[in-house]
Design a protein around this ligand. Structure first.
Ligand code: SAM
Ligand code: SF4
Length: 494
């Protein structure tokens, strides 16, 4: 009863906000389809020119036009696809360098008043047991996560009175306060339901990193079918402008995403682009990251395997590469929803910049790690079950620099202080330096002998050489800090 009353009060507040919404819906379904249709058969020369333009944009922070994204999405020639993949990798390395930022998702509370058709946590799904961590259980989760070497989290909450903004603040403060030996969490990003401006102001006070809200699908009709009317998530406009309200409340970094498999992926790509344009237009900052979770099977949730828009592996690679070309400055997040072999491939050719590893998505799942899968407690199934250390070993074997960096956020390089660095391709100077320093901490405190060997002998020397060749002053400073880390100092960063 209490839950119902809470939902009703909130829904009325949301409807009132929508009535007075200061923004115009920037998604015009018909217009998007007409652009996709008009670019159905792009010329080879046009695609080559778009690729060149995307590469130039890596230095200016500009994004591609919707027509250009539609042309890329309609490309069929395999040779041109190879050129697109090459450009995606080039842009990623030009902006961020070949480092991969690592993080873990942490599910804190699963009860939810919504009924999203694709989600195991939806209210009507009695086959999944819902749970909210107690403060002691939260502490256990952080002990395990920091014990692996994690420094950066994305905390996840359902939409429910038990996980209201007060609870979110308490749990995030608790996470920052915990220290286990040398282990600590230094950046907490949030994936949670849309809030009112005043609530974002409240959550800003506990020092969050990025606030993520995925629109799931930008297609109005599909959105309505997936998110029943009368639920809080049923309100399209409320969700579409969730991050506008966050920026009004001075949240530093915001992040968008779609759930691939609900509707035609070409349409969703244009939706993401228009969303990034709108944030840029209204606030002068783009989206900090873009996520593209693919629909995964969830217990008692048939749509997850039956949707007619499920995305194939081949199309998935294309989507990730196009995102890199359309928005060169943005972080691109590839999650453990995908199987390990596909993740390795997407990593190599599609311009990904952030990945989770050692992931558990059951509430309380890290402390229960000995059990591989706990389907009846999960929102959906994950596919990449490599441990963090195994994942890092694979990264090192491919020559990537595993990074636990959280420096930008803590040095005030956020929002419109961060964007110029990403938009002019200079952020990699910080990324590589801090990547080396945080990877060194991992090697000293957590790594297996195999990772240690490869890290100390190959990866660190290789990236130090890159620094020496490109920014000798930073290289000197990093060498000095590495010595201090060897003597026991931690959290050294630029
Ligand atoms: N309740 C909040 C919300 O909906 O915004 C928190 C996020 S929800 C727990 C995290 C994200 O998981 C959703 O935004 C959705 O994109 C994704 N998700 C939900 N069901 C999924 C499924 N079956 N497979 C893959 N991703 C899924
Ligand atoms: Fe709730 Fe989010 Fe799942 Fe929808 S996706 S049912 S809002 S947890």
């Amino acid at each position: 009863k209490e839950e119902k009353a809470w939902r009703e009060v909130r829904l009325n507040q949301i409807l009132k906000w929508e009535e007075n919404c200061p923004y115009e819906d920037f998604i015009d379904d018909e217009k998007i389809w007409s652009i996709i249709e008009a670019k159905k058969e792009p010329e080879r020369q046009e695609i080559l020119e778009i690729i060149e333009k995307a590469k130039e944009n890596a230095y200016t922070g500009a994004m591609l036009a919707p027509e250009e994204v539609a042309a890329l999405a309609n490309t069929k020639d395999p040779d041109l696809w190879e050129a697109i993949f090459e450009a995606a990798t080039w842009i990623k390395n030009t902006v961020y360098g070949s480092r991969i930022v690592l993080f873990s998702p942490l599910y804190i509370s699963s009860p939810c008043v919504n009924n999203c058709a694709y989600c195991g946590f939806r209210q009507s799904n009695e086959a999944v047991k819902k749970k909210t961590l107690t403060m002691e259980e939260l502490e256990d989760e952080i002990r395990v996560l920091t014990g692996m070497g994690q420094k950066r989290l994305i905390v996840v909450y359902g939409e429910h009175p038990v996980s209201d903004v007060k609870f979110m603040c308490e749990t995030i403060e608790k996470i920052y306060s915990l220290k286990f030996g040398k282990g600590e969490i230094r950046r907490v990003n949030v994936n949670a339901p849309p809030l009112f401006k005043e609530e974002y102001e409240e959550i800003k006070t506990v020092g969050i990193g990025t606030y993520q809200v995925f629109q799931e699908t930008y297609h109005h009709e599909t959105y309505r079918r997936m998110h029943p009317k009368g639920t809080l998530k049923g309100e399209y406009k409320w969700r579409l402008f969730a991050l506008h309200r966050a920026l009004e409340a001075d949240i530093d970094d915001v992040a968008i995403g779609v759930l691939l498999g609900l509707y035609d992926w070409r349409f969703e790509l244009l939706g993401l682009l228009y969303h990034a344009y709108s944030l840029e237009k209204e606030f002068g900052v783009g989206t900090h990251t873009i996520s593209y979770p693919r629909l995964e099977p969830a217990v008692n949730t048939p749509i997850t395997t039956k949707s007619s828009y499920l995305v194939s592996d081949e199309d998935f690679k294309k989507i990730v590469a196009i995102i890199r070309l359309m928005c060169p400055y943005t972080g691109s997040i590839l999650t453990a929803r995908e199987p390990a072999s596909l993740r390795q491939e997407v990593l190599k050719k599609c311009g990904v910049s952030q990945m989770d590893a050692g992931t558990r998505i059951a509430v309380g799942g890290y402390a229960e790690m000995e059990k591989e899968h706990i389907p009846e407690k999960q929102q959906f199934m994950i596919q990449d079950t490599r441990s963090l250390d195994e994942f890092i070993l694979d990264l090192c074997r491919e020559g990537y620099l595993p990074s636990f960096c959280t420096a930008c956020y803590r040095e005030g390089r956020t929002g419109d202080n961060f964007m110029p660095l990403a938009k002019h391709a200079t952020v990699k100077n910080f990324c590589i330096a801090n990547g080396i320093l945080t990877f060194k901490e991992y090697l000293l405190d957590y790594a297996s002998p195999e990772v240690k060997e490869l890290g100390e002998k190959v990866i660190i020397p290789e990236y130090l050489k890159w620094l020496e060749d490109n920014i000798p002053r930073a290289a000197e400073r990093v060498k000095e800090l590495l010595k201090r880390e060897e003597k026991g100092e931690r959290d050294c960063h630029l």
